[in-house]
Design a protein around this ligand. Structure first.
Ligand code: GTP
Ligand code: MG
Length: 228
């Protein structure tokens, strides 16, 4: 019984990887680099997008907003005049707690790939499931807000291992919290040695330039990383 369950999960992930490869082929053909942006609910994913999407120095950016319900995040980005597409997992995808390759494929016709060079996909806020499902991206970023505690890399290691960049957000709140930033950075390194980290505050703007530079580097030379 247990073995059957494992087999089904493996099959589902294989099927997802096949569709992710098809997505990636379409993105490559269109010359679009894709970043999958993950993190717990409220970590500051949308706030960090708001900081950069309007000024990526000539790189034409589009956003795909993944949420279970609603379009609040897409509405927040609307005034920045970049193409934003809302993808709700509650509409036909069983209210899933993550985006998968099939959902992104269903949104493909709405993405206007010929008008953009870089697609930023804000995944559903969740510290577990998004890490398991490739969507055809070139790179994955996770946002960890200091309000979540120093122990999160140790408790949710997959998410911290499944990304090329960890953004540590909300450092403007350091004076108000009993929080040890060095300990968080140590724990991140313990589960994903040498992963790139950027310490930021979407509120104050600290570190935002480094975040912008990282995106520009991806837009110019995304790693040709295997999907499977
Ligand atoms: N003090 C402070 N607050 C922040 C910062 N970044 C985001 N916030 C606040 O944190 C809350 C959540 O931010 P969002 O950008 O909506 O977070 P999110 O990760 O997109 O959330 P979901 O899409 O719901 O998963 C909002 O009230 C933001 O104003 C920051 O750097 N400092
Ligand atoms: Mg958001």
């Amino acid at each position: 019984m247990h073995r059957t369950k494992v087999r089904i999960v493996e099959d589902a992930l294989d099927a997802n990887n096949t569709i992710a490869s098809a997505n990636r082929a379409d993105f490559d053909r269109a010359g679009v680099k894709v970043v999958n942006f993950m993190g717990a609910p409220g970590a500051g994913k949308t706030a960090l997008l708001e900081r950069v999407v309007a000024d990526l120095r000539g790189v034409r950016v589009g956003v795909l907003e993944g949420d279970v319900e609603g379009s609040m995040d897409a509405d927040r980005l609307a005034h920045l005049h970049v193409p934003v597409t809302q993808l709700n997992t509650g509409a036909g995808f069983g209210g899933e707690c993550h985006l998968d390759a099939n959902m992104v494929r269903s949104a493909m016709p709405a993405l206007a790939l010929e008008e953009i060079d870089l697609l930023l996909v804000e995944n559903v806020g969740n510290l577990v499931c998004p890490a398991e499902f490739r969507i055809g991206e070139n790179a994955r970023v996770m946002v960890s807000a200091i309000t979540e505690g120093e122990d999160k890399p140790l408790k949710y290691p997959l998410m911290f291992r499944a990304c090329e960049l960890v953004i540590v957000n909300k450092v403007d709140l350091l004076p108000h919290l009993d929080f040890d930033l060095d300990k968080l950075l140590y724990n991140i390194d313990a589960v994903h040695p040498d992963v790139e980290t950027i310490v930021v505050s979407a509120r104050s703007g600290q570190g935002v330039e480094a975040w912008r530079e990282w995106l520009l580097r991806i837009a110019a030379h995304a790693p040709q990383e295997a999907i499977a």
